[in-house]
Design a protein. Sequence first.
Length: 282
Amino acid sequence: MVRLIEDHRETYGVEPICAVLPIAPATYSAQRDDGLRAEIQRVFDANFGVYGPRKVWRPLRREGHTVARCTVERLMRALGLSGAVRGRAWVTTTQSQPALDRPRDLVDRQCVATRPNQLWVSDFTYVAPWGGLVYVAFVIDVFARRIVGWRVSSTMRTDFVLDALEQATCARGGAVAGVVHHSDQGTQYLSMRYTDRLADSGMAPSVGSRDDAYDNALAESVIGLFKTEVIRRQGPWRSLAAVELATLTWVDWFHTRRLLEPIGYVPPAEFEARSYEQAAVA
């Protein structure tokens, strides 16, 4: 009966339908809330328990549920559910060397791409498990905010950011000539090994010119989500292996299910797939 009312409420209204059917509006509302609570809990649990009401409401709408955002907010409060809240936006991990010759800043804080493999941004952050610091590097395709490469390491040596770059290159089938690769002034990204690899791949290196977080803000934003949704939410961490497994799981979810506001509340993989479909039709 609740399903019947749901299917016709937009046309006739709830109270007129209830006047015809043997059900009171209050009973309908209570039964509908019971069903919505189960759906809200399912969406919340399926997304690492990090979604607030607005983010829970979006997938419900995508699945065809007709529900107001304020209703989701009310029922989440009743269920005691709350999304992850970001802490400090940026933490410095890289050590800059301004005296080194470095590539020009080709981005100048305009972190925009109109297609995949146009602009990548790279950065890394740290986690503090019981056994000592662990570092996590990311390479992100700006167009769809897609993480194309990542690596976890117990050291800050160039090898681990280089491994993340190699993974990104392989993920894109090696066809990365012309990609602008943007990073901050960290010594790992300015090392000869790293810059030589960019040159060998035909990528155009770009390094932030003002040595602050805003020069690589998109990478910092994705890392902020990672720290909020994984590191702070699921810790404390026992080992590098635990961080690595959690990162793998989160990256897969981020690609295929995480709804991102800047790309229209769709997952990165879906947004990117749409762009390829549109390009094929054009």
